[in-house]
Design a protein around this ligand. Sequence first.
Ligand code: SF4
Ligand code: SF4
Length: 190
Amino acid sequence: MLSLKKLCKSTYLTERCIKFMKGIIFDIQRCSLHDGPGIRTTVFLKGCPLRCVWCHNPESISPRPQMMYDENKCAGCMKCANVCPKGAHIQTDNGHRLDYKLCAACGICVAACSNSALKIIGEEIDSGAVIDIVMRDMAFYRTSGGGMTLSGGEPMTQFDFTFELLKTAKNHSLHTCIETCGQTDIVKQL
Ligand code: SF4
Ligand code: SF4
């Protein structure tokens, strides 16, 4: 019988097969130049315990995936209403309205909107898939002194996932940084 190590093509894929640690992220930004030394890949995790009015990533505050609706792109065609199982898209005298309280962030309506007015912010992903993407720019990290940065949101709100990403990155000799507000119970206990 083949072992997991033989089934998987690389060390980081091996860890992915074995652990499947999952987290919620809303973006992975390659070629980041302002999130630490050198050329980096920044992973944006969802969830933050603070509510700063100056937050530059307000879509990161909720720990869960959420719907984002751009009314400026909406043509009022109501194709979204035809597919939504929750009845969250409502036709009013003033045109289309989205009831965020009804939305379950299933994402079904996104494909129905040909005007790109709807988008789901946040997705569940396993740590191995994140590291797969981060490792693509290894040559740039080596020449620039860069690596992987965890940002958000507040990465420590997903402590196990953050820890897993950092541990796996270190196993591959990646330089790592965290952008943190320091305001989590876990941080306070350290
Ligand atoms: S499908 Fe898109 S363009 Fe049409 S009403 Fe819904 S959000 Fe607006
Ligand atoms: S994401 Fe799902 S529940 Fe939310 S509005 Fe679209 S179809 Fe309805």
